[in-house]
Design a protein around this ligand. Structure first.
Ligand code: ADP
Ligand code: MG
Length: 450
């Protein structure tokens, strides 16, 4: 029986949930839940009653799945039933007062650490938007530093950068058992160097980072604006580079747009290959949907696939989320997946996926694009460049937030007729000026795909 291991996983999952959510809420819905079966692939959790079962499925299933994946080191199927559905033996398990304290088994030493498992080149679907990034990673994994150093991947969140790094780690290990690989996030690197400086053992830190055959830093943009960290990373980079060790970096933007970042780091990041990952085009989205549904054993009719591909455009993570929601629904109700069912299940999900656009995000986005600050946009100056951006700001705030004209007026310290004419100006120009139209559409897309 895997029971005890499963209990330990569950305990770990609950502990993490309590850290991330309100502990009393977690206890309310899941405190009395128990693992009732585990066969290595599927874990069944019985909620205290039918009512809690439904809440757990609707609100916590995703988190449970992610939690079990972290705890078990692989994706488990998580099934939720309720105590009312249990047989006698299972009910006995349920009644046992507390979970036995068992530590999960440590992964064997020569296996890849659990987080990397499941992210391979085989299950990375390739299309024109990610082809260059994928081939570059594959080349690096099979033949470190011969051609590409450093490899710099960039693109918006949720498009597979981390997946590709993990796949690179897995493949490089498969090719050469003895290779010494270090994977960290920009944030981890930052924390480690700060800890090392505080504890006065930077020697140990340097030892670790400069004696590796391959260094992968995920989300390197995190070090922007951090002088000491950049200094340290610069030396790490240079040392490894001179020793012809492979370096792979990812970021949400290209080196030149990471700000503030020291010039000498930008130059170095640009020395090798820079590959961007774009949001998947329709064909790739459909292919990813097909792959994700296949792994879950789901049969999705074509009209549903089209519906999904139309509603999720920018982010692969959301594709996964949507597929899981469908799977959960069809599992619970035993319903066939139809367009109607998908629409019912996913309308809310699609709404949640759209990031909330606030006045602040609009100001920030415009400042990034035009270099005009919020103070200038809402201020009194009337130079042409400021007025131009001010009008766009007013238009976007009116279009994308639910602020009334009066409130927008207050925000810009102007009366409400000025606001209306600014907005109308922009609308008119969008109709007559295709370049301008494209510019505004681009900003809106950026806001939606943050
Ligand atoms: P990023 O690091 O760019 O934010 P991730 O690598 O975390 O994105 O990807 C988000 C999720 O989408 C992961 O679960 C990943 O496996 C999946 N994913 C992204 N791109 C693909 C793809 N081309 N094929 C299969 N799965 C993908
Ligand atoms: Mg990532």
């Amino acid at each position: 029986m895997h029971m005890t291991v499963a209990d330990a996983y569950f305990r770990e999952v609950l502990d993490r949930l309590r850290e991330n959510l309100d502990a009393s809420t977690v206890d309310l819905w899941l405190g009395k839940a128990r693992v009732t079966a585990f066969d290595g692939d599927t874990i069944t959790i019985a909620a205290e009653n039918e009512f809690k079962k439904n809440t757990v499925i609707n609100r916590y299933l995703d988190r449970l799945e992610d939690g079990f994946e972290t705890a078990a080191g692989k994706r488990l199927k998580v099934l939720i039933n309720s105590r009312d559905e249990l047989n006698e033996e299972e009910n006995r398990i349920f009644s046992s007062a507390s979970l036995p304290a068992v530590k999960p088994e440590e992964p064997k030493k020569d296996e890849a650490p659990s987080v990397f498992r499941g992210y391979t080149f085989e299950n990375f679907v390739v299309g024109s938007s990610n082809k260059v990034a994928q081939s570059a990673c594959l080349a690096v994994a099979t033949n470190p530093v011969i051609r590409i150093n450093p490899l710099f991947l960039y693109g918006p969140s949720g498009l597979g950068k981390t997946h590709l790094l993990f796949a690179t780690v897995n493949e490089a290990k498969r090719q050469n058992q003895n290779i010494n690989i270090l994977y960290v996030t920009g944030e981890q690197f930052t924390n480690e160097i700060i800890d090392a400086i505080t504890a006065k053992n930077t020697a140990e830190f340097r030892d670790k980072y400069r004696n590796t055959d391959m260094l992968l830093v995920d989300d390197i943009q995190f070090i922007a604006g951090k002088v000491v960290v950049q200094e340290e990373f610069f030396h790490t980079f240079d040392t490894l580079y001179k020793m012809q060790k492979q370096i792979v970096l990812t970021s949400d933007k290209p080196p030149k747009d990471i700000n503030p970042l020291e010039e000498r780091l930008k130059t170095r990041f640009e020395m090798g290959l820079i590959a961007d990952i774009q949001p998947p085009e329709t064909e790739l989205r459909t292919a990813i949907f097909k792959q994700k549904t296949k792994t879950l054993g789901l049969n999705i009719p074509n009209d549903v696939l089209t519906y999904l591909a139309e509603n999720i455009k920018s982010n692969v993570r959301q594709i996964e989320g949507a597929v899981k929601k469908l799977w959960a629904q069809s599992f619970i109700t035993n319903e066939k997946i139809t367009l109607k069912m998908a629409q019912n299940v996913l309308t809310d999900y699609f709404r949640e996926c759209k990031p909330v656009i606030t006045t602040e995000t609009i100001f920030k986005q415009l400042e990034k694009r035009y270099g005009i600050s919020k103070e200038e946009m809402t201020g009194k100056k009337r130079t042409a460049d400021i007025v131009y951006v001010r009008h766009i700001a007013i238009y976007l705030i009116h279009e994308s937030t639910d602020l009334s004209l009066k409130k927008i007026g207050r925000l810009f310290d102007r009366d409400h007729s000025t606001i209306i004419s600014a907005r109308d100006n922009v609308m008119k120009r969008m109709k007559s000026d295709t370049l301008f139209n494209k510019e505004i559409t681009e900003i809106i897309e950026e806001l939606e795909n943050r």
